[in-house]
Design a protein around this ligand. Structure first.
Ligand SMILES: [Fe+2]
Length: 461
């Protein structure tokens, strides 16, 4: 029997109350609230024949990129496949997408979800999964265009419009359309203040355009709207980045200790990613972070040989090399080298193109082999988007390369790289500090002094 969800999208299920509950769970997932997977489990316990309920749970699980959820994801899609004879075309598209994901063909999975969105432009679950998968896979254009292709078919009277605005805002930001991204992100937050993804999209605009003080105000004036969400650790990380650029290191460490590594985030992969990314940036600035690497490396070590997601692997590598865990680092590299030799899935390409080179570069950097780090990174530096994540997250690659060039005393190269960074973010004090250090290395003391003064004036401002 066909009924419809709150956006009039067809659902093959007989019980409208179950469909309404699923609408609520989708809203929770988009608002980073509650526990939508546990909610789906409860719903499916009462309605085991609810095809979209299984598709919802399986679809959300694809985004985890963790070994521990794999069996659950497979069980969910198998349950949906058994019910497939009663599924409509949209539901068969969702099932095919998760099956392709499990088979390792992430691009085909995205294609299936895209086909669902084209046929059903108001299928907000499919739209969310296309967009988030594009973020995971580093498909920058897809993050924007997945929403652009249906955006005119939405209007603000439709339930969930503010989430579409949030997705579109982030896609525009990643494609450096900052003014439109900020406009849509702020509109989404005006519609729903507790909208962590839209708050995040605007934070990215502020980060990428070097508006640190504005970023700190944007985040801190809204803490009540995001600090209890399931996205809080990543938003704390963004707040820390603004402080880091202003060289407010005590505040960065306080955010790390009090929010990123709070007990309720231990074991959370997103917390581990953001924590490693923050400590590595501090490491690049030459700041001693004490025993923090040890605790974090303990968290990462069980997943050293996962070979599931290159983005995770490079962050694991940061922790291993920083805590002198040579065996764990070798295990990670060996596992990935064996894996890319025979695997044909999408992650193998990500590992081959950027995951493995960056992991080796991190190892060289930590061992003081800065020339090797530079020479490993230079040929792949414009392929880094293939690692997935956001431009702000991947900035750690360019930053590592530049710091290695400085430490290798390759000051001409360092100056060129520092100038590139100032070209895209001229209001970043850290970028001008790089320029100053490169000039100093070249003996251009007057130019170094000018760049230092610029960095200081930006901090003072
Ligand atoms: Fe982010």
């Amino acid at each position: 029997m066909t009924r419809h969800d709150c956006r009039n999208v067809p659902v093959s299920h007989h019980d409208q109350s179950a469909i309404d509950r699923l609408d609520g769970l989708l809203e929770d997932s988009l608002a980073f609230a509650g526990d939508p997977v546990a909610g789906a489990d409860a719903l499916l316990a009462e309605h085991p024949d609810f095809i979209m309920g299984h598709c919802f749970k399986a679809g959300l699980l694809t985004q985890s990129m963790e070994v521990r959820i794999y069996d659950e994801m497979v069980s969910s899609v198998e349950a949906a496949e058994k019910l497939a004879p009663n599924a409509n075309e949209r539901e068969r598209g969702h099932i095919a997408a998760v099956r392709a994901w499990i088979d390792g063909d992430f691009s085909l999975a995205v294609q299936h979800w895209e086909e669902v969105v084209i046929a059903c432009p108001h299928d907000l679950l499919a739209l969310q999964l296309v967009h988030l998968s594009d973020v995971l896979l580093g498909d920058t254009l897809g993050q924007r265009d997945s929403v652009a292709r249906v955006f005119p078919l939405w209007d603000e009277d439709m339930p969930g419009y503010e989430f579409v605005l949030g997705l579109y805002s982030f896609g525009l930001e990643e494609n450096r359309d900052f003014s439109r991204a900020e406009e849509l992100g702020r509109r989404a937050v005006a519609m729903r203040p507790a909208h962590p993804y839209a708050i995040h999209a605007v934070a990215h605009v502020l980060e990428m355009s070097g508006r640190q003080s504005g970023g700190i105000w944007w985040m801190t004036s809204r803490t009540a709207d995001w600090a209890d969400s399931n996205f809080d650790n990543h938003l704390w990380w963004h707040l820390a980045l603004f402080h880091l650029d202003l060289n407010q290191i005590d505040t960065v460490l306080s955010i790390y200790d009090n929010h990123l590594r709070q007990r309720d985030h231990i074991g959370d992969k997103y917390s581990e990613l953001d924590s490693a990314a923050l400590l590595w940036r501090l490491n690049l600035l030459g700041i001693d972070v004490g025993a923090r690497w040890r605790e974090l490396a303990d968290s990462w070590e069980p997943s050293a040989t996962d070979t599931l997601y290159a983005f995770n692997d490079v962050h694991a590598m940061m922790t291993f090399v920083s805590d002198n865990r040579t065996q764990a680092a070798s295990r990670l590299l060996n596992a990935n080298e064996r894996y890319v030799d025979h695997a044909t899935d999408a992650n193998a390409a990500m590992s081959r193109i950027i995951g493995l080179p960056f992991s080796r570069a991190l190892q060289a950097f930590a061992a003081g082999r800065y020339d090797e780090c530079v020479d490993t990174m230079i040929p792949v530096r414009y392929r880094t988007h293939r690692l997935g994540g956001s431009a702000a997250q991947r900035d750690i690659i360019g930053w590592t390369l530049l710091e290695a060039a400085l430490r290798a005393k390759r000051y001409r190269l360092a100056l060129a790289l520092a100038h590139e960074r100032c070209g895209t973010k001229p209001t970043s004090p850290q970028n001008w500090n790089f320029v100053a250090r490169a000039h100093k290395g070249l003996g251009n003391d007057a130019l170094a002094g000018k760049a230092e003064a610029r960095a200081e004036s930006l901090i003072a401002a």
